[in-house]
Ligand binder design. Structure first.
Ligand code: ATP
Ligand code: MG
Length: 458
Protein backbone atom coordinates (compact mmCIF):
# COMPACT_ATOMS: atom_id res chain seq x y z
CA UNK A 1 0.00 0.00 0.00
CA UNK A 2 1.35 3.38 -1.05
CA UNK A 3 0.20 5.65 1.72
CA UNK A 4 1.59 8.69 -0.14
CA UNK A 5 -1.12 8.10 -2.76
CA UNK A 6 -3.97 8.53 -0.32
CA UNK A 7 -6.55 11.20 -0.93
CA UNK A 8 -6.83 12.70 2.52
CA UNK A 9 -10.27 14.27 2.96
CA UNK A 10 -9.86 18.07 3.25
CA UNK A 11 -11.68 18.21 6.63
CA UNK A 12 -9.21 15.71 8.11
CA UNK A 13 -6.24 17.65 6.73
CA UNK A 14 -7.72 20.89 8.12
CA UNK A 15 -7.84 19.35 11.61
CA UNK A 16 -4.32 17.93 11.44
CA UNK A 17 -2.87 21.23 10.13
CA UNK A 18 -4.68 23.36 12.68
CA UNK A 19 -3.35 21.22 15.53
CA UNK A 20 0.15 21.31 13.98
CA UNK A 21 -0.01 25.12 13.76
CA UNK A 22 -0.75 25.16 17.50
CA UNK A 23 2.26 22.91 18.14
CA UNK A 24 0.53 19.54 18.53
CA UNK A 25 0.99 16.18 16.85
CA UNK A 26 -2.01 14.56 15.29
CA UNK A 27 -2.37 11.21 13.51
CA UNK A 28 -5.09 9.20 11.85
CA UNK A 29 -5.45 5.95 13.72
CA UNK A 30 -7.51 2.77 14.12
CA UNK A 31 -10.11 1.53 11.68
CA UNK A 32 -9.52 4.19 9.02
CA UNK A 33 -5.82 3.32 8.65
CA UNK A 34 -6.60 -0.40 8.62
CA UNK A 35 -9.29 0.08 5.98
CA UNK A 36 -7.02 2.26 3.81
CA UNK A 37 -4.31 -0.39 3.96
CA UNK A 38 -6.88 -2.96 2.85
CA UNK A 39 -7.74 -0.74 -0.11
CA UNK A 40 -11.14 0.21 1.30
CA UNK A 41 -12.62 3.66 1.75
CA UNK A 42 -12.79 4.42 5.50
CA UNK A 43 -16.33 5.02 6.77
CA UNK A 44 -15.01 7.50 9.31
CA UNK A 45 -11.70 8.99 10.39
CA UNK A 46 -10.45 8.93 13.96
CA UNK A 47 -7.65 11.26 14.95
CA UNK A 48 -5.35 11.02 17.92
CA UNK A 49 -3.29 13.88 19.33
CA UNK A 50 -0.99 14.88 22.15
CA UNK A 51 -3.14 17.98 22.76
CA UNK A 52 -5.19 17.65 25.94
CA UNK A 53 -8.97 17.78 25.42
CA UNK A 54 -9.27 21.41 26.52
CA UNK A 55 -6.34 22.34 24.27
CA UNK A 56 -8.09 20.62 21.34
CA UNK A 57 -11.31 22.43 22.22
CA UNK A 58 -9.41 25.73 22.18
CA UNK A 59 -7.74 25.09 18.80
CA UNK A 60 -11.18 24.49 17.28
CA UNK A 61 -13.02 27.18 19.23
CA UNK A 62 -14.45 28.59 15.98
CA UNK A 63 -16.11 25.23 15.17
CA UNK A 64 -19.14 23.46 16.57
CA UNK A 65 -18.07 20.80 19.04
CA UNK A 66 -19.46 17.80 20.87
CA UNK A 67 -18.05 17.14 24.33
CA UNK A 68 -19.98 13.98 25.25
CA UNK A 69 -16.77 11.90 25.28
CA UNK A 70 -14.48 14.53 26.75
CA UNK A 71 -13.88 12.58 29.98
CA UNK A 72 -12.33 9.87 27.83
CA UNK A 73 -10.34 12.45 25.91
CA UNK A 74 -12.54 12.72 22.84
CA UNK A 75 -13.59 16.05 21.36
CA UNK A 76 -15.99 15.95 18.43
CA UNK A 77 -15.42 18.76 15.95
CA UNK A 78 -17.72 19.62 13.06
CA UNK A 79 -15.62 20.61 10.06
CA UNK A 80 -17.18 21.14 6.61
CA UNK A 81 -20.34 19.49 7.92
CA UNK A 82 -18.47 16.35 9.00
CA UNK A 83 -18.05 15.21 12.59
CA UNK A 84 -14.46 14.30 13.39
CA UNK A 85 -13.46 12.66 16.66
CA UNK A 86 -10.14 13.84 18.02
CA UNK A 87 -8.89 11.89 21.03
CA UNK A 88 -5.96 12.68 23.27
CA UNK A 89 -3.23 10.00 23.47
CA UNK A 90 -4.41 7.79 26.26
CA UNK A 91 -3.36 4.98 28.55
CA UNK A 92 -6.21 3.02 30.04
CA UNK A 93 -5.66 2.87 33.80
CA UNK A 94 -6.32 0.11 36.30
CA UNK A 95 -9.35 -1.91 35.50
CA UNK A 96 -12.18 -1.94 37.98
CA UNK A 97 -14.15 -4.51 36.01
CA UNK A 98 -13.75 -5.95 32.55
CA UNK A 99 -15.47 -3.13 30.77
CA UNK A 100 -15.07 0.11 32.65
CA UNK A 101 -11.59 1.50 33.08
CA UNK A 102 -11.31 3.05 36.52
CA UNK A 103 -9.33 5.91 35.18
CA UNK A 104 -8.25 7.40 31.92
CA UNK A 105 -4.73 8.72 31.90
CA UNK A 106 -3.47 10.93 29.12
CA UNK A 107 0.04 10.59 27.78
CA UNK A 108 2.41 12.48 25.49
CA UNK A 109 3.46 9.24 23.83
CA UNK A 110 1.85 7.93 20.67
CA UNK A 111 3.39 4.48 21.28
CA UNK A 112 1.65 4.28 24.63
CA UNK A 113 -1.63 5.19 23.01
CA UNK A 114 -1.18 2.51 20.36
CA UNK A 115 -0.25 -0.04 23.03
CA UNK A 116 -3.71 0.21 24.61
CA UNK A 117 -5.47 -0.63 21.35
CA UNK A 118 -6.98 -4.04 20.81
CA UNK A 119 -5.37 -5.58 17.73
CA UNK A 120 -2.16 -4.82 15.86
CA UNK A 121 -4.11 -4.05 12.68
CA UNK A 122 -5.98 -1.36 14.65
CA UNK A 123 -2.83 0.07 16.20
CA UNK A 124 -1.25 1.73 13.18
CA UNK A 125 -0.93 5.52 13.02
CA UNK A 126 -0.77 7.43 9.75
CA UNK A 127 0.22 11.03 9.09
CA UNK A 128 -0.10 12.90 5.79
CA UNK A 129 3.59 13.92 5.87
CA UNK A 130 5.39 11.58 8.26
CA UNK A 131 3.67 8.47 6.90
CA UNK A 132 3.40 5.41 9.13
CA UNK A 133 4.04 4.78 12.79
CA UNK A 134 3.56 1.06 13.34
CA UNK A 135 5.44 -0.16 16.43
CA UNK A 136 3.38 -3.37 16.68
CA UNK A 137 3.88 -4.39 13.04
CA UNK A 138 0.21 -4.15 12.20
CA UNK A 139 1.06 -3.74 8.51
CA UNK A 140 2.79 -7.14 8.48
CA UNK A 141 -0.24 -8.72 10.08
CA UNK A 142 -2.57 -6.97 7.64
CA UNK A 143 -0.55 -8.30 4.72
CA UNK A 144 -0.55 -11.82 6.14
CA UNK A 145 -4.20 -11.56 7.18
CA UNK A 146 -3.53 -12.20 10.85
CA UNK A 147 -5.52 -10.91 13.78
CA UNK A 148 -3.20 -10.50 16.74
CA UNK A 149 -3.79 -8.80 20.06
CA UNK A 150 -1.48 -5.93 20.94
CA UNK A 151 0.69 -7.12 23.85
CA UNK A 152 -0.14 -10.13 25.97
CA UNK A 153 -3.39 -11.60 24.55
CA UNK A 154 -4.78 -13.03 27.76
CA UNK A 155 -4.21 -9.84 29.72
CA UNK A 156 -5.79 -7.77 26.95
CA UNK A 157 -8.90 -9.97 26.70
CA UNK A 158 -9.30 -10.01 30.49
CA UNK A 159 -8.99 -6.22 30.68
CA UNK A 160 -11.87 -5.80 28.29
CA UNK A 161 -13.79 -8.89 27.19
CA UNK A 162 -15.57 -6.91 24.49
CA UNK A 163 -12.33 -7.35 22.53
CA UNK A 164 -13.20 -11.05 22.18
CA UNK A 165 -16.33 -10.19 20.22
CA UNK A 166 -14.60 -7.38 18.37
CA UNK A 167 -12.10 -10.05 17.36
CA UNK A 168 -14.84 -12.34 16.02
CA UNK A 169 -16.30 -9.38 14.16
CA UNK A 170 -12.97 -8.57 12.49
CA UNK A 171 -12.38 -12.24 11.64
CA UNK A 172 -15.80 -12.42 10.00
CA UNK A 173 -15.44 -9.09 8.24
CA UNK A 174 -11.92 -9.49 6.85
CA UNK A 175 -11.51 -13.25 6.68
CA UNK A 176 -8.31 -13.04 8.75
CA UNK A 177 -6.84 -15.96 10.66
CA UNK A 178 -6.29 -15.46 14.35
CA UNK A 179 -2.79 -15.70 15.72
CA UNK A 180 -2.81 -18.92 17.85
CA UNK A 181 -2.11 -17.15 21.16
CA UNK A 182 -4.83 -14.59 20.47
CA UNK A 183 -7.25 -17.37 19.53
CA UNK A 184 -6.43 -19.22 22.75
CA UNK A 185 -6.86 -16.11 24.88
CA UNK A 186 -10.20 -15.26 23.27
CA UNK A 187 -11.48 -18.72 24.13
CA UNK A 188 -9.99 -18.87 27.61
CA UNK A 189 -11.37 -15.49 28.65
CA UNK A 190 -14.82 -16.06 27.20
CA UNK A 191 -16.56 -16.23 30.58
CA UNK A 192 -15.58 -12.58 31.15
CA UNK A 193 -18.15 -11.72 28.47
CA UNK A 194 -20.79 -12.10 31.18
CA UNK A 195 -19.74 -8.68 32.43
CA UNK A 196 -20.31 -6.95 29.10
CA UNK A 197 -23.52 -5.03 28.55
CA UNK A 198 -26.18 -6.58 26.32
CA UNK A 199 -26.23 -3.58 23.98
CA UNK A 200 -22.53 -3.88 23.23
CA UNK A 201 -22.79 -7.62 22.69
CA UNK A 202 -25.68 -7.09 20.30
CA UNK A 203 -23.78 -4.47 18.31
CA UNK A 204 -20.71 -6.68 17.92
CA UNK A 205 -22.75 -9.77 16.94
CA UNK A 206 -24.68 -7.65 14.48
CA UNK A 207 -21.42 -6.55 12.87
CA UNK A 208 -20.05 -10.09 12.90
CA UNK A 209 -23.16 -11.55 11.26
CA UNK A 210 -22.91 -9.36 8.17
CA UNK A 211 -19.26 -10.30 7.63
CA UNK A 212 -18.43 -12.31 4.53
CA UNK A 213 -16.62 -15.02 6.50
CA UNK A 214 -19.28 -15.36 9.17
CA UNK A 215 -19.87 -19.04 8.49
CA UNK A 216 -16.32 -19.94 9.38
CA UNK A 217 -16.50 -17.86 12.57
CA UNK A 218 -19.77 -19.52 13.59
CA UNK A 219 -18.32 -22.95 12.93
CA UNK A 220 -15.08 -22.23 14.77
CA UNK A 221 -16.34 -20.34 17.83
CA UNK A 222 -19.59 -21.88 19.14
CA UNK A 223 -17.83 -22.04 22.54
CA UNK A 224 -17.51 -18.25 22.72
CA UNK A 225 -20.89 -17.57 21.14
CA UNK A 226 -22.61 -19.90 23.60
CA UNK A 227 -21.53 -17.63 26.44
CA UNK A 228 -23.47 -14.71 24.97
CA UNK A 229 -26.30 -16.85 23.53
CA UNK A 230 -26.47 -20.02 25.70
CA UNK A 231 -29.27 -21.42 23.49
CA UNK A 232 -26.59 -22.13 20.87
CA UNK A 233 -24.83 -24.82 22.93
CA UNK A 234 -27.46 -27.61 22.51
CA UNK A 235 -27.44 -27.09 18.71
CA UNK A 236 -23.72 -27.78 18.38
CA UNK A 237 -23.18 -31.35 17.20
CA UNK A 238 -26.91 -32.11 17.39
CA UNK A 239 -27.48 -34.73 14.68
CA UNK A 240 -30.73 -34.42 12.77
CA UNK A 241 -31.24 -38.05 11.66
CA UNK A 242 -33.04 -37.04 8.47
CA UNK A 243 -32.04 -37.42 4.82
CA UNK A 244 -32.97 -33.76 4.24
CA UNK A 245 -30.00 -32.56 6.25
CA UNK A 246 -26.28 -33.01 5.74
CA UNK A 247 -25.15 -30.98 8.77
CA UNK A 248 -25.87 -31.02 12.47
CA UNK A 249 -28.19 -28.24 13.67
CA UNK A 250 -25.38 -25.74 14.27
CA UNK A 251 -23.64 -26.60 10.98
CA UNK A 252 -26.93 -26.05 9.17
CA UNK A 253 -27.45 -22.74 10.94
CA UNK A 254 -23.93 -21.58 10.01
CA UNK A 255 -24.42 -22.57 6.36
CA UNK A 256 -27.82 -20.88 6.21
CA UNK A 257 -26.45 -17.61 7.63
CA UNK A 258 -23.86 -17.56 4.86
CA UNK A 259 -26.50 -18.39 2.24
CA UNK A 260 -28.54 -15.24 2.85
CA UNK A 261 -27.82 -11.62 1.88
CA UNK A 262 -25.71 -9.73 4.46
CA UNK A 263 -28.60 -7.74 5.95
CA UNK A 264 -28.78 -7.76 9.76
CA UNK A 265 -32.46 -8.82 9.95
CA UNK A 266 -31.90 -11.71 7.55
CA UNK A 267 -28.67 -12.85 9.17
CA UNK A 268 -30.15 -12.78 12.69
CA UNK A 269 -33.16 -14.71 11.38
CA UNK A 270 -30.99 -17.48 10.04
CA UNK A 271 -28.84 -17.52 13.18
CA UNK A 272 -31.90 -18.18 15.33
CA UNK A 273 -34.32 -19.90 12.93
CA UNK A 274 -33.64 -23.44 14.18
CA UNK A 275 -32.45 -22.62 17.69
CA UNK A 276 -35.45 -24.49 19.17
CA UNK A 277 -34.77 -27.69 17.22
CA UNK A 278 -33.00 -29.72 19.92
CA UNK A 279 -35.99 -29.21 22.19
CA UNK A 280 -38.47 -30.47 19.60
CA UNK A 281 -36.52 -33.52 18.45
CA UNK A 282 -38.38 -36.85 18.16
CA UNK A 283 -37.07 -40.03 16.61
CA UNK A 284 -39.75 -42.15 14.89
CA UNK A 285 -39.86 -45.96 14.84
CA UNK A 286 -37.87 -45.97 11.57
CA UNK A 287 -35.10 -43.98 13.20
CA UNK A 288 -35.92 -40.76 11.32
CA UNK A 289 -35.72 -37.47 13.18
CA UNK A 290 -38.61 -34.97 13.32
CA UNK A 291 -38.78 -31.46 14.72
CA UNK A 292 -42.51 -30.75 14.76
CA UNK A 293 -43.28 -27.31 16.16
CA UNK A 294 -39.65 -26.18 16.01
CA UNK A 295 -40.49 -22.94 14.18
CA UNK A 296 -42.73 -21.80 17.02
CA UNK A 297 -40.24 -22.85 19.69
CA UNK A 298 -37.41 -21.15 17.78
CA UNK A 299 -39.50 -17.98 17.41
CA UNK A 300 -40.18 -17.96 21.17
CA UNK A 301 -36.52 -18.47 21.96
CA UNK A 302 -35.51 -15.81 19.44
CA UNK A 303 -37.86 -13.36 21.11
CA UNK A 304 -36.30 -14.12 24.50
CA UNK A 305 -32.75 -13.88 23.16
CA UNK A 306 -33.32 -10.64 21.25
CA UNK A 307 -35.10 -9.05 24.21
CA UNK A 308 -32.20 -10.03 26.44
CA UNK A 309 -29.74 -8.51 23.95
CA UNK A 310 -31.81 -5.30 23.74
CA UNK A 311 -32.44 -5.65 20.01
CA UNK A 312 -34.53 -2.71 18.77
CA UNK A 313 -38.26 -3.56 18.89
CA UNK A 314 -39.15 -3.27 15.19
CA UNK A 315 -36.18 -5.39 14.18
CA UNK A 316 -37.01 -8.02 16.79
CA UNK A 317 -40.63 -8.19 15.64
CA UNK A 318 -39.60 -8.82 12.05
CA UNK A 319 -37.01 -11.47 12.92
CA UNK A 320 -39.45 -13.31 15.20
CA UNK A 321 -42.17 -13.28 12.50
CA UNK A 322 -39.74 -14.60 9.87
CA UNK A 323 -38.67 -17.43 12.18
CA UNK A 324 -42.25 -18.21 13.18
CA UNK A 325 -43.28 -18.70 9.54
CA UNK A 326 -40.05 -19.94 7.99
CA UNK A 327 -41.35 -23.48 7.62
CA UNK A 328 -45.09 -23.03 7.02
CA UNK A 329 -46.47 -24.13 3.67
CA UNK A 330 -48.03 -21.31 1.68
CA UNK A 331 -50.26 -22.56 -1.16
CA UNK A 332 -49.44 -20.69 -4.37
CA UNK A 333 -52.85 -19.06 -4.76
CA UNK A 334 -53.46 -15.36 -5.10
CA UNK A 335 -56.08 -14.97 -2.32
CA UNK A 336 -53.75 -16.83 0.05
CA UNK A 337 -50.82 -14.64 -0.94
CA UNK A 338 -52.92 -11.50 -0.45
CA UNK A 339 -53.85 -12.74 3.04
CA UNK A 340 -50.17 -13.28 3.93
CA UNK A 341 -49.22 -9.91 2.47
CA UNK A 342 -51.94 -8.27 4.50
CA UNK A 343 -50.76 -9.94 7.71
CA UNK A 344 -46.98 -9.64 7.32
CA UNK A 345 -46.48 -6.77 4.88
CA UNK A 346 -44.72 -6.86 1.52
CA UNK A 347 -41.22 -6.37 2.84
CA UNK A 348 -41.44 -9.20 5.39
CA UNK A 349 -42.94 -11.50 2.75
CA UNK A 350 -40.04 -10.84 0.41
CA UNK A 351 -37.67 -11.55 3.28
CA UNK A 352 -39.54 -14.78 4.02
CA UNK A 353 -38.79 -16.02 0.51
CA UNK A 354 -35.10 -15.25 1.01
CA UNK A 355 -35.18 -17.09 4.34
CA UNK A 356 -36.70 -20.19 2.72
CA UNK A 357 -34.14 -20.13 -0.05
CA UNK A 358 -31.23 -19.82 2.38
CA UNK A 359 -32.69 -22.53 4.63
CA UNK A 360 -32.95 -24.97 1.73
CA UNK A 361 -29.58 -24.09 0.27
CA UNK A 362 -28.09 -25.24 3.58
CA UNK A 363 -29.70 -28.68 3.38
CA UNK A 364 -29.20 -31.79 1.26
CA UNK A 365 -29.51 -30.09 -2.15
CA UNK A 366 -30.67 -33.24 -3.91
CA UNK A 367 -33.76 -33.30 -1.70
CA UNK A 368 -34.31 -29.59 -1.21
CA UNK A 369 -34.42 -28.74 -4.93
CA UNK A 370 -38.20 -28.98 -4.95
CA UNK A 371 -38.51 -26.66 -1.95
CA UNK A 372 -36.22 -24.16 -3.66
CA UNK A 373 -38.37 -24.30 -6.75
CA UNK A 374 -41.50 -23.73 -4.65
CA UNK A 375 -39.90 -20.69 -3.01
CA UNK A 376 -39.03 -19.32 -6.43
CA UNK A 377 -42.60 -19.84 -7.70
CA UNK A 378 -43.97 -18.21 -4.60
CA UNK A 379 -41.67 -15.26 -5.14
CA UNK A 380 -42.91 -14.82 -8.73
CA UNK A 381 -46.52 -15.01 -7.58
CA UNK A 382 -45.93 -12.51 -4.76
CA UNK A 383 -44.48 -10.00 -7.21
CA UNK A 384 -47.41 -10.58 -9.57
CA UNK A 385 -49.89 -9.95 -6.76
CA UNK A 386 -47.97 -6.86 -5.61
CA UNK A 387 -47.96 -5.48 -9.16
CA UNK A 388 -51.77 -5.66 -9.13
CA UNK A 389 -51.67 -3.16 -6.29
CA UNK A 390 -54.21 -5.09 -4.22
CA UNK A 391 -56.19 -3.74 -1.32
CA UNK A 392 -54.54 -5.21 1.78
CA UNK A 393 -55.50 -2.83 4.57
CA UNK A 394 -58.48 -0.89 5.87
CA UNK A 395 -56.86 2.32 4.62
CA UNK A 396 -56.90 0.98 1.06
CA UNK A 397 -60.61 0.08 1.05
CA UNK A 398 -62.63 2.13 -1.44
CA UNK A 399 -64.91 3.36 1.38
CA UNK A 400 -64.32 4.96 4.74
CA UNK A 401 -66.49 4.09 7.75
CA UNK A 402 -68.14 7.51 7.57
CA UNK A 403 -69.24 6.87 3.97
CA UNK A 404 -71.23 3.72 4.73
CA UNK A 405 -74.36 5.66 5.66
CA UNK A 406 -74.72 3.59 8.81
CA UNK A 407 -75.41 4.89 12.32
CA UNK A 408 -72.11 5.33 14.18
CA UNK A 409 -71.27 2.52 16.60
CA UNK A 410 -68.68 -0.09 17.44
CA UNK A 411 -69.99 -2.46 14.77
CA UNK A 412 -68.69 -0.16 11.99
CA UNK A 413 -65.13 -1.35 12.67
CA UNK A 414 -66.19 -5.00 12.49
CA UNK A 415 -68.07 -4.39 9.26
CA UNK A 416 -65.04 -2.72 7.67
CA UNK A 417 -62.87 -5.64 8.77
CA UNK A 418 -65.33 -8.08 7.16
CA UNK A 419 -65.36 -6.04 3.94
CA UNK A 420 -61.58 -6.12 3.86
CA UNK A 421 -61.58 -9.90 4.41
CA UNK A 422 -63.91 -10.37 1.47
CA UNK A 423 -61.87 -8.08 -0.76
CA UNK A 424 -58.68 -9.93 0.16
CA UNK A 425 -60.36 -13.28 -0.51
CA UNK A 426 -61.50 -11.96 -3.88
CA UNK A 427 -65.20 -12.53 -3.16
CA UNK A 428 -65.92 -8.79 -3.32
CA UNK A 429 -64.45 -6.13 -5.63
CA UNK A 430 -62.92 -3.08 -3.97
CA UNK A 431 -65.59 -0.73 -5.40
CA UNK A 432 -67.43 1.87 -3.40
CA UNK A 433 -71.01 1.02 -4.44
CA UNK A 434 -70.57 -2.71 -3.91
CA UNK A 435 -68.88 -2.19 -0.57
CA UNK A 436 -71.66 0.12 0.65
CA UNK A 437 -74.31 -2.40 -0.39
CA UNK A 438 -72.45 -5.23 1.35
CA UNK A 439 -71.99 -3.07 4.45
CA UNK A 440 -75.72 -2.50 4.56
CA UNK A 441 -76.35 -6.22 4.29
CA UNK A 442 -73.86 -6.98 7.04
CA UNK A 443 -75.33 -4.25 9.25
CA UNK A 444 -78.78 -5.77 8.89
CA UNK A 445 -77.36 -9.17 9.71
CA UNK A 446 -75.90 -7.79 12.93
CA UNK A 447 -78.82 -5.61 14.01
CA UNK A 448 -81.66 -7.88 12.94
CA UNK A 449 -80.47 -11.43 12.43
CA UNK A 450 -84.02 -12.91 12.28
CA UNK A 451 -85.15 -10.51 9.53
CA UNK A 452 -81.88 -11.08 7.72
CA UNK A 453 -82.22 -14.86 7.73
CA UNK A 454 -85.81 -14.73 6.51
CA UNK A 455 -84.98 -12.42 3.62
CA UNK A 456 -81.92 -14.26 2.46
CA UNK A 457 -83.60 -17.63 2.74
CA UNK A 458 -86.26 -16.80 0.15
P1 ATP B 1 -14.96 -0.02 12.57
O1 ATP B 1 -14.51 -0.02 11.15
O2 ATP B 1 -15.91 -1.11 12.85
O3 ATP B 1 -15.38 1.33 13.10
P2 ATP B 1 -12.73 0.36 14.26
O4 ATP B 1 -11.46 -0.42 14.40
O5 ATP B 1 -12.61 1.76 13.76
O6 ATP B 1 -13.68 -0.49 13.37
P3 ATP B 1 -13.96 1.53 16.56
O7 ATP B 1 -14.89 0.91 17.52
O8 ATP B 1 -14.41 2.65 15.73
O9 ATP B 1 -13.45 0.33 15.65
O10 ATP B 1 -12.66 1.93 17.38
C1 ATP B 1 -11.64 2.74 16.85
C2 ATP B 1 -10.29 2.24 17.35
O11 ATP B 1 -10.25 2.32 18.78
C3 ATP B 1 -9.98 0.80 17.03
O12 ATP B 1 -9.42 0.64 15.75
C4 ATP B 1 -9.00 0.44 18.12
O13 ATP B 1 -7.72 0.93 17.84
C5 ATP B 1 -9.54 1.20 19.31
N1 ATP B 1 -10.50 0.41 20.12
C6 ATP B 1 -11.84 0.42 20.02
N2 ATP B 1 -12.39 -0.38 20.93
C7 ATP B 1 -11.38 -0.89 21.65
C8 ATP B 1 -11.28 -1.77 22.75
N3 ATP B 1 -12.38 -2.31 23.29
N4 ATP B 1 -10.06 -2.06 23.25
C9 ATP B 1 -8.96 -1.53 22.70
N5 ATP B 1 -8.97 -0.70 21.67
C10 ATP B 1 -10.16 -0.37 21.14
MG1 MG C 1 -14.26 3.17 13.63
Amino acid sequence: MQFSMIDWPPYVLTAIHMLAAAGFDCWAVGGCVRDLALGKVPHDWDLTTDALPDQTAKVFSAFRQVHAGIRHGTVGVLIDGKMLEITTYRIDGDYRDVRHPESVAFTRSLSEDLARRDFTVNAIALHPETELFDPFHGMDDLQKGILRAVGEPEKRMKEDALRILRGLRFLARFGFSPDPDTDKAMRECKEELRNISAERIFTELDGMLVGKEVREVLEKYPDILSVVIPEIAPCVGFLQHTPYHIYDVWGHIAASVEAIAPEPVLRWTMLLHDIGKPERFRLDEKGVGHFKGHALTSADKAETILTRLRCPGAMKKKIVALIRWHDTTIPPEKPVIRRWLSELGIDTMRCLIQVRQADNLAKNRALSARRLEQAEQLSVLIEEVVSENPCLSLGQLAVKGSELGLPPGPEIGNILRSLLDEVIDGTLPNEKETLIAEAERLHKKITNPYEFDRKTDV
